[in-house]
Design a protein around this ligand. Structure first.
Ligand code: SAM
Length: 438
């Protein structure tokens, strides 16, 4: 059929200023109002507020607006502590009083479960709380250069790939929250232009910096980093892609678990970023699983053995499965270093077929799984064949958790307990623990 010209009848309202009443928060913590029967999403607006808004985006199903003025502020509105808040894409909830964050996160999980037709009333337990600020022990700081080669050190701006320059970050632990100024000074002095891609900062009591070099480190720049290392008592590691080397002597990175257990890790390894909350989370996992001396436990997505090593002190045997071979090796070394001989670690892609692996023939009493944001659907499709009576799911993404919970319920599991874990204060990110039984 021939195409005919049709005049665009859609009235353009981008740029219009309108007064709106905010009805609710969406799953990302964005205020939602209605205009001409369409939802309008407004960043940093709170329920019950009346706001003057500029329409900045118009789609067939929704609009997006930007606050010009808050006419009536919510009683839950607070002044953001961070001066970078308006631009930085990091912590989305700072304008909402901290005491309301967990309520927002719990509603988000509950809404997602409901959308997945999970009609069981959720047996919420007390959350694991966190300090509002200074909890994050590891972060990647972006480095960007403009046309003249001037450097910006900071985090990504909301909704763009541009960095916003940061001077202080209140969610980083005190030791590293103001490191930006000293680091920027070194970056400004480097003679090789555009040489740094990003910098990882890790606090283990001592500060470790991993400098991602985009060009080979020359002697002048090496001397500058060495001087900074000495002046600030940092450990500086140089990541040239193939390998990570220390400028001076390499000191192992370690963190403490419960009962004086200790995990060694590499700068590229995943570690739980909130140290205090991690300890409480591991303790709660042990409590909820009611571990006993006869239990044989499977720890899927085990990383460095964060859960496995703690569990091993209580149970007969732990088998940990992880996708990255170097982390599997480090988990095994962590077991040896902690004098534990009842845990073994194996490499497997848990999204692929793993039922034919030898460890999958073991009779497990309890399973813990702690997948990345993508969730564990493929792993669960195989795991359900074991009919393990007790399954503890730790999730950092409620969307995939709700999908996976729906599947487990369809396979005869029931939710026994559910709780929030405030791993990422001030942000919209939600960590949840769910105990399933069958
Ligand atoms: C959220 S981390 C949890 C790690 C560990 N449980 C902890 O508490 O530190 C998820 C882990 O799953 C691993 N992983 C991601 N996808 C995987 C896959 N398809 N197969 C196996 N492991 C995977 C990651 O390498 C990472 O170590």
């Amino acid at each position: 059929m021939a195409n005919f010209y049709q005049a665009n009848k859609k009235k353009q309202i981008v740029g219009q200023i309108v007064d709106l009443k905010i009805e609710r928060l969406d799953l990302n913590g964005c205020g939602v109002a209605r205009l001409n029967d369409k939802p309008v999403f407004i960043d940093q607006a709170l329920p019950k507020e009346t706001v003057k808004v500029k329409i900045i985006e118009q789609k067939s199903k929704y609009l997006r607006g930007k606050i010009i003025e808050i006419a009536t502020a919510s009683k839950d509105r607070v002044s953001p502590l961070c001066k970078h808040y308006r631009l930085c894409g990091g912590c989305d909830l700072q304008h909402l009083v901290f005491s309301e964050h967990l309520a927002f996160k719990q509603k988000k999980v509950a809404d997602l479960f409901q959308r997945n037709q999970i009609n069981q009333s959720l047996p919420w337990q007390n959350p694991i709380a966190s300090t509002p600020w200074h909890y994050r022990r590891k972060a990647r700081l972006g480095v960007q250069y403009d046309k003249q080669g001037h450097v910006t050190l900071g985090f990504r701006q909301k909704g763009t790939n541009q960095l916003t320059a940061i001077k202080q970050c209140h969610v980083l632990v005190e030791n590293i929250s103001s490191i930006f100024i000293a680091l920027k000074k070194v970056l400004d002095q480097l003679v090789t232009s555009r040489s740094v891609g990003h910098i990882e900062v890790i606090d283990t009591g001592k500060i470790t910096l991993v400098i991602r070099q985009m060009k080979k480190l020359n002697d002048t720049d090496k001397a500058l980093w060495q001087l900074a290392e000495k002046t600030h008592q940092w450990q500086v590691l140089i990541d040239e892609g193939e390998q990570v080397t220390a400028l001076t002597e390499k000191q192992p990175l370690k963190y403490k678990l419960l009962n004086e257990l200790e995990l060694t890790f590499n700068s590229q390894d995943f570690i739980q970023i909130n140290h205090q909350v991690n300890q409480q989370m591991v303790q709660q996992a042990m409590d909820w699983l009611s571990l006993t001396a006869t239990d044989v436990v499977l720890d899927l997505f085990c990383g460095l053995g964060n859960f496995s090593i703690s569990f091993a002190q209580k149970v007969k045997q732990v088998i940990g499965i992880e996708g990255i071979q170097s982390m599997v090796d480090r988990a095994a070394t962590n077991a040896i270093n902690n004098k534990l001989d009842n845990c073994q670690f194996y490499q497997a892609d848990l999204n692929a077929d793993w039922l034919s692996q030898a460890w999958a023939n073991i009779q497990f009493d309890k399973v813990l799984l702690d997948p990345a944001r993508a969730g564990a659907f493929e792993a669960l499709e195989q795991l359900v064949k074991f009919k393990v009576p007790c399954l503890l799911y730790v999730s950092c993404e409620p969307t995939t958790l709700a999908r996976d919970a729906k599947y487990l319920i369809s396979q005869g599991y029931k939710i026994e307990k559910i709780a929030l874990i405030e791993m990422f204060s001030q942000t919209k990110h939600v960590e949840t623990m769910v105990l399933f039984s069958r």
